[in-house]
Design a protein around this ligand. Structure first.
Ligand code: FES
Ligand code: FES
Length: 165
């Protein structure tokens, strides 16, 4: 079996993996990163979104072997100690979740969106997150949260990159 080295939330792992193993299953079943959920079987919902070498990726559409040598950040690696990432804070402030199933992926995708557009309009947020589905919220509070995070990050002069602990 192929042997891969992958860093996840700041910890480097060496794993033997079947060539067909998906990254999301490596994260959840082998590394215990159950904060990254699986919401579909079709690469549609975005619930499984993580950062792969600094950009968002649906971890159900990436093979574990493709992540060899990569740096992965999951929702579990976003906070710095007790300090939430501004996007996490904004989702909390704006009540941008109900069941929370979509939230990890939504937050990761939103952070990536702000990398390309640090001050997105409502329309740009909706367009940027179109790969992430939410069955509960109607999206209004999610859009508000992303724009709040953008404002707060801009006010803090912060173009905060996702970094591992
Ligand atoms: S579980 Fe990956 S897109 Fe739905
Ligand atoms: S909060 Fe339930 S799916 Fe989005």
């Amino acid at each position: 079996m192929p042997r891969i080295t992958v860093t996840v939330d700041g910890v480097t792992y060496e794993e033997e993996v079947e060539p067909r193993l998906l990254l999301v299953h490596l994260l959840r079943d082998r590394l215990g990163k159950t904060g990254t959920p699986v919401g579909c079987d079709t690469s549609n919902c975005g619930a499984c979104t993580v950062m792969l070498d600094g950009r968002s990726a649906k971890s159900c559409s990436v093979l574990a072997v493709q992540a060899d040598g990569s740096d992965v950040v999951t929702i579990e690696g976003l906070a710095r100690g007790d300090e939430w990432h501004p996007m996490q804070k904004a989702f909390h402030t704006e009540h941008a979740l109900q069941c929370g199933y979509c939230t990890p992926g939504m937050i990761m995708a939103a952070i990536d969106l702000l990398r390309d557009d640090p001050d997105p309009s409502e329309e740009a947020v909706r367009e940027g997150l179109e790969g992430n589905l939410c069955r509960c919220t109607g999206y209004c509070n999610i859009v508000r949260a992303v724009r709040l995070a953008a404002q707060e990050m801009a006010q803090a002069g912060e173009r905060r990159e996702v970094r591992t602990p």
